[in-house]
Design a protein around this ligand. Structure first.
Ligand SMILES: Nc1ncnc2c1ncn2[C@@H]1O[C@H](COP(=O)(O)OP(=O)(O)OP(=O)(O)O)[C@@H](O)[C@H]1O
Ligand SMILES: [Mg+2]
Length: 298
């Protein structure tokens, strides 16, 4: 992280279908701050405003009230260069179907780079690279039809199309929904590497607490159209009171560790990565071997 602010959202509100009987307040004074190179997760119940919030990052939605400043540029001003902004902020929609337009997969991923006016050689290289990042074989897949893709494959193609633009900020709305466990893990590893090695700023929305714990430097919890809590995954997932108060789900590792404490074992509930949690469980098992007290408790 560079310490340089790259996303500054302050007191942002948005009402859908304002002035109609269908009027709905989706954002109510939401805030979010990210530094260059940070990886931010946004979690929260269905309908809490996560997708509405992130659609403000690339100018798809303009601030109704409140501030949206991206890489120093205030998006509430009238004249915003949307083309440059959308190259800088790559947003992958929750529904990949909204993002795929071309007949052939390779053409679809190449669409953005072509629009940037890049030479064909570079477009080809970018498409190849982006397909590799999402785990699609260039030669095998590029000439296949987009309509015949599965849900998970569509998600990968949509992400590749955005990566091929080489954005500075990558915004992902539930990036691993519909992916099988292997693809999910591979994709998360690649995103993590892009974030760490290439200092790509990443903001992702997720309902999967394991991936939040694995990827995020910081987490925002949304409820009722606003941010109700922020902190590191450790701060969020290890504060039992806040977890209960905001009805936040936790990684399964945390649930196991809390269960062990309820049963009277002394484990460190802040050890929520799989490796750390395994070590805590091993300590309990070692204790069990030594004394009989714990054996009887189980
Ligand atoms: N185009 C729209 N028109 C009217 N209301 C909308 C529209 N899009 C979203 N909403 C409403 O705004 C609220 C916030 O929606 P949003 O999609 O931002 O939630 P979310 O947190 O992303 O939910 P999920 O986890 O289900 O994706 C919801 O109550 C939703 O019904
Ligand atoms: Mg959503």
């Amino acid at each position: 992280m560079t310490g340089r602010p790259i996303i500054e959202i302050e007191n942002l509100s948005h009402t859908y279908m304002k002035g109609t009987p269908m009027e709905h307040v989706a954002l109510k004074g939401a805030n979010l701050y990210a530094e260059e190179g940070e990886c931010i997760a946004i979690i929260g119940h269905t309908g809490s405003g996560k997708s509405t919030l992130i659609q403000h990052f690339n100018g798809l939605m303009r601030p109704e009230s409140g501030k949206v400043i991206i890489d120093g540029e205030d998006l509430s001003k009238k004249k915003v260069d949307l083309k440059t902004l959308r190259q800088k902020v790559g947003l992958v929609f929750q529904n990949p179907e909204d993002q795929i337009f071309e007949k052939l997969i390779g053409d679809d991923i190449a669409y953005g780079p072509f629009k940037l006016g890049l030479p064909i050689k570079e477009v080809r290289e970018r498409v190849k690279w982006a397909m590799d990042v999402v785990g699609l074989d260039f030669e095998e897949i590029k000439d296949r039809q987009t309509f015949a893709l599965s849900g998970g494959q569509k998600r990968k193609v949509a992400l590749a199309g955005i990566l091929a633009l080489k954005p500075k900020i990558l915004v992902l709305d539930e990036p691993t929904a519909g992916l099988d466990p292997k693809s999910r893990k591979e994709l998360l590893d690649k995103i993590k590497r892009l974030n760490k090695d290439e200092k790509l700023t990443v903001v992702f929305v997720s309902h999967n607490m394991e991936e939040v714990a694995m990827l995020a430097d910081r987490v925002y919890v949304m409820a009722g159209g606003t941010d109700v809590l922020t902190g590191t995954p450790k701060e969020i997932f290890t504060d039992k009171e806040k977890l209960q108060h905001h009805q936040i789900g936790t990684p399964e590792t945390v649930q196991v560790l809390y269960k062990l404490t309820d049963l009277g074992y002394q484990v460190n509930t802040e050890a929520f990565s799989v490796l750390e949690a395994a070590e805590e469980i091993m300590k309990v098992l070692a204790g069990k071997k030594e004394g009989s007290e714990h054996v009887q408790r189980i």
